[in-house]
Design a protein around this ligand. Sequence first.
Ligand code: G3P
Ligand code: CA
Length: 239
Amino acid sequence: MTKIFGHRGSAGTHPENTMISFQQAFCDGADGIELDVQLSKDGIPVVIHDEKVDRTTDGKGLVKDFTLKELKQLNAVYKFKKLYSHAEIPTLEEVLDWAARKQTLVNIELKNSIIPYSGMEEKVLELILKYDVENLVIFSSFNHFSIARLHTLSPSIEKAVLYMEGINKPWDYTKWVGAQGIHPYIKAATPTIIQRSKENGVPVRPFTVNDEKTMLRLFKAECAGFFTDYPKRAVLIKQ
Ligand code: G3P
Ligand code: CA
């Protein structure tokens, strides 16, 4: 059955990558959430998409130059100021604690393609063990060296390669990297790619799918899942 993942929570209607957005995706009926992880100056895994805080908070500068205490002082309500007065940047630990209690799926995207955060994989795996959420988590990254490193550290935890386009036979490639699934940009998720991947036992979860027509196509193809900014819309179509 096709799983619906709230992309950065319910990012189409709520402040992305905040607890508000994750709780909304859960209330909307999503099977899981997707989030982006980086490291603070003091090495804490925090949940934010861009390398800079500028777009989604009232601060300026690189995430890696802020301590956790400083990041917590920023307001991450982003463009939803009329709906909310304040939202914090969550730590990954806060989200995993919540996900463990809700038993909801979490796709953890390691944002380490531009800034190669040293030791990130170990720190995130440590939290997964602490909250006993190995069966709820799928790792992904555009940095396939990081996925290979995760495979060395934890062969059993589920992983997927993220990509925009241009991977030949991605169902073979992902196994070669040490992952199980593929998370392609939706335009690269052709019917052939979905079908051949299924035949090879490789789950496909495209991103980011916000229109109803494409959602329907993926449900009909029995795609493993997809990421959407509007999980409520996807849940309504699935019924
Ligand atoms: O994980 C799917 C998707 O989130 C990857 O792209 O830029 O939205 O993080 P982006
Ligand atoms: Ca992401």
